[in-house]
Design a protein around this ligand. Structure first.
Ligand code: A2P
Length: 312
């Protein structure tokens, strides 16, 4: 029988800080006090890494849970993200996030997408939304702004103490190359958080980021809403063979690949179980790695940012 253990391993960022390899994802943990209860449970059972974002609309719940948990702030790694409507002013956006969170700083602040949305059509002042033009398309700023300008502004944030590190999310190899080659680039992103799971293994992106000292984080690691990967034949077989749950197979596979993984759950038992990982045998590891070769790759999170195309 394999040994399941609470995952306490960490990875070093290019800032020197350590990030726990398993973090609690909170996308869609917004209903009632779902986000609050999930984060309280997670911190109670040993998670020390919580991932949120301004657009998840749950920073208030998440921050309150952190503050109520009794776990010293210095022991928790907290990430939030800059929403696309605020790319012209990341400092103000971060200050607003911190206010909602009720925290003095975050450990990591990510540019959520390499896409700027114009706030000009927003009437009620709420920037945490997706503005659309009259024709119904998302109001993407394409000619007068780009992610390089946003990154230049974000680079000023670590010196303010409001965040310990800065990074990016949903960046392709080409976009990272452009960012690093830009004349104003002074800081290599500490992190690139991307969709990553057995149907989208992203080996080339992982290798590229690691070669640049950028750590990868997997979002939607179970295949996102309703965890479609957990009913996949090979994953069920490996789970049965090792007497563990399908989610533990997938999360352990991620951990073994050497990056950070952010399973989301609002269910107390699953939160407990998702922190427990084991070492897959080479045969089982290869079987999970092979799924995308047999079934084809599948990207689940594909918002329409046209005319900007992020994943090229
Ligand atoms: P729930 O929050 O009700 O537990 P991802 O992390 O890839 O975004 O996947 C999140 C989805 O997977 C959610 O629907 C979540 O539902 C579900 N989920 C999370 N952990 C487990 C688990 N251990 N077993 C089954 N489903 C899970």
């Amino acid at each position: 029988m394999v040994e399941l253990k609470n995952t306490t391993a960490t990875i070093k960022l290019n800032t020197g800080a350590s990030i726990p390899v398993v973090g609690l994802g909170t996308w869609r943990s917004t209903e009632a006090d779902d986000g609050y209860k999930a984060v309280r449970k997670a911190l109670e059972v040993g998670y020390r890494h919580i991932d949120t974002a301004a657009i998840y609309q749950n920073e208030g719940q998440v921050g309150k849970a952190i503050n109520d948990s009794g776990v010293p702030r210095s022991e928790i790694f907290v990430t939030t993200k800059l929403w696309c409507t605020q790319q012209h002013n990341p400092k103000e956006a971060l200050e607003q996030s911190l206010k909602r969170l009720g925290l003095d700083y975050v450990d990591l602040y990510l540019m959520h997408w390499p896409v700027s949305l114009s706030p000009r059509t927003i009437k009620d002042g709420n920037l945490l939304t997706i503005p659309v033009r009259e024709d119904g398309a998302r109001d993407v700023e394409i000619s007068d702004w780009n992610f390089i300008k946003t990154w230049e502004l974000m680079q000023e944030l670590p010196a303010t103490g409001l965040t310990k590190a800065i990074g990016i999310s949903n960046f392709s190899i080409n976009n990272i190359k452009d960012l690093l080659a830009s004349p104003g680039n002074k800081i290599v992103p500490a992190m690139n958080q991307v969709e990553l799971h057995p149907l989208l293994p992203q080996q080339e992106l992982i290798d590229f980021c690691h070669s640049k000292d950028i750590i990868i984080e997997a979002y939607s690691p179970l295949g996102s809403n309703n965890a479609p990967l957990l009913t996949q034949k090979t994953i069920i077989e490996v789970a049965k063979k090792n007497n563990v749950t399908p989610a533990q197979v997938v999360i352990s596979w991620h951990v073994q690949r050497g990056y950070v993984v952010l399973p989301k759950s609002v269910n107390a038992d699953r939160i407990v179980a998702n922190l427990k990982t084991f070492t897959l045998s080479k045969e089982d590891f290869d079987a999970v790695s092979n799924i995308s070769k047999v079934e084809g790759e599948k990207r689940i999170v594909v918002p329409d940012w046209s005319p900007f195309v992020p994943f090229v």
